[in-house]
Design a protein around this ligand. Structure first.
Ligand code: IK2
Length: 445
């Protein structure tokens, strides 16, 4: 058999790769659709890549480092061993949509039809995607409350819509520790954001990254504006079981006039501490949900059957004991409240200023007064991005910069905060505490 000399092969390979490279560069101008322009950056991709090269104590991304409860793992194992293992109904496995309709029907005080008013999605993420794709047209405006879970903005833009931002403003607190309740919307400013082009508002309660749990009165202001301007409400409630202290999670769809205009989004991954299972849902009036179904059937079409079966069994169990000490949701809330308090106390003891969250997985920390020798700013790198990267590389502690949760126009307003995730084993929190204590933080005077 003829074999070319090694040098010729290398030369030929280089030539081929040069041709391909030139072609790629030439084609990249025209290969992508305009709707994805400028949407290539993603904070999770960036920080996950960074963590691959640096061993850290990870208080970054929002997932538990402990196991889901046994009852739901056993349900998943049963599904794998005994079925169902094949395709199920595309809009949601019947046992799951039935129990979700019953469960949320009770919570919302609303008859919910399992087959037309519940859509099961690949995580809450897909429910958000289906909502924007199905409901937002070119040039429609979507009001987004800052700081916000980062995907809202690119998803609105990908659908052709225009995000309109309104900030939660911190109230002065006279020397005491701030809580997420001190961050509020200005009702007049909010009213002024509604225009003829407004199609929807996105709310997230309990909020990521701040931990704000919107009070009934605050939601009523939003609801009144939605009704007045005939606007839809996309309500991301993935942390719905995690409202701490005396805070109550209020579902905006339960307020008068809101059922027909709200899409309530939830996550089985967050509910049962199994974020990798990616089972989510959108619940709402059938005339709204049917449009989300259209997007779902033309994109993912279907979610993993075994995971849906397990989440269904989890909800059946929870339905029987909601609010009681044997409820997983009840216990998780108690446990996470202790973890929140523990992390907050440690942060305070080393001189930092956490904003105590009313709910959710996260707390944000003011880093404006911390003395630290950061490398020079690269173009486009906010202070908190540089700080978070420095913390990973130099101290082995991963957190997330809060300016990643707001629009480019307002990054400056949030770049003095880092987000810490506390849905972690106590042993992880102990390691984080050791890092914080050994750091010997000094403050700018
Ligand atoms: N909505 C919110 C508000 C979320 O926080 C998430 C999950 N985010 O977690 C990453 C992080 O902030 O560290 C989702 C939706 C998506 O939920 P799911 O995993 O069910 O798709």
């Amino acid at each position: 058999m003829f074999r070319a000399p090694a040098r010729t092969i290398i030369k030929n390979n280089r030539l081929i790769s040069a041709i391909l490279h030139r072609k790629k560069v030439k084609m990249s101008r025209q290969i992508h659709a305009r709707r994805i322009e400028g949407l290539d950056k993603n904070i999770w991709v960036e920080f996950t890549n960074l963590l691959a090269d640096h061993p850290v104590v990870n208080l970054g991304q929002g997932f538990p480092d402990f196991s889901p409860p046994n009852f739901i793992k056993e349900a998943f194992t049963r599904a794998i061993n005994n079925g169902p293992n094949q395709y199920t109904r595309g809009f949601g496995h019947p046992p799951l949509v039935k129990i979700l309709a019953k469960f949320f029907g009770k919570l919302l005080g609303q008859d919910i039809d399992p087959f037309s008013e519940v859509l099961v999605t690949v995580g809450a993420y897909e429910a958000l995607f289906c909502s924007f794709q199905a409901l937002i047209d070119d040039e429609d405006e979507v009001i987004i409350i800052e700081p916000y879970f980062d995907c809202y903005e690119p998803m609105v833009r990908m659908a052709g819509g225009r995000p309109v931002y309104i900030q939660l403003h911190p109230k002065p607190v006279d020397g005491r520790l701030m809580t997420s309740a001190d961050w509020v919307l200005d009702p007049v400013e909010l009213a002024n954001k509604f225009s003829k082009r407004t199609k929807a508002i996105v709310i997230n309660t309990p909020n990521n990254p701040l931990g704000k749990v919107f009070k009934r009165e605050e939601l009523q202001v939003i609801a009144d504006l939605c009704v007045k301007h005939n606007v839809l409400c996309i309500s991301d409630e993935v942390y719905e079981w995690l409202a701490y202290d005396a805070n109550e999670h209020v579902r905006i769809a339960s307020l008068p006039g809101m059922w027909e205009r709200t899409i309530t989004i939830g996550s089985g991954g967050k509910a049962f501490s199994a974020t990798g299972w990616k089972v989510g849902w959108a619940i709402g009036h059938k005339d709204v949900i049917n449009h989300l179904q259209t997007v779902h059937q033309n994109s993912n079409y279907h979610c993993a059957t075994g995971a849906q079966q397990a989440v269904a069994e989890g909800f059946v169990k929870e339905y029987g004991c909601l609010g009681a000490p044997e409820s997983y949701f009840f216990n998780l809330r108690q446990e996470l409240q202790l973890k929140r308090d523990r992390l907050a106390a440690c942060l305070v003891s080393v001189g930092l200023k956490p904003v105590i969250p009313e709910g959710g997985y996260f707390l944000i920390v003011d880093i404006s007064a911390v003395k630290v020798d950061l490398p020079d700013s690269k173009i486009g790198q906010s202070y908190d991005y540089r700080f978070a990267k420095w913390l990973i590389i130099n101290k082995g502690l991963a957190t997330i910069p809060v300016s990643g949760f707001c629009s480019s126009e307002h990054k400056k307003d949030f770049e003095n905060f880092l987000r810490f995730c506390f849905v972690k084993e106590d042993s992880t929190l102990t390691k984080a505490e050791q890092i914080l204590q050994e750091w010997k933080i000094t403050m700018l005077t």
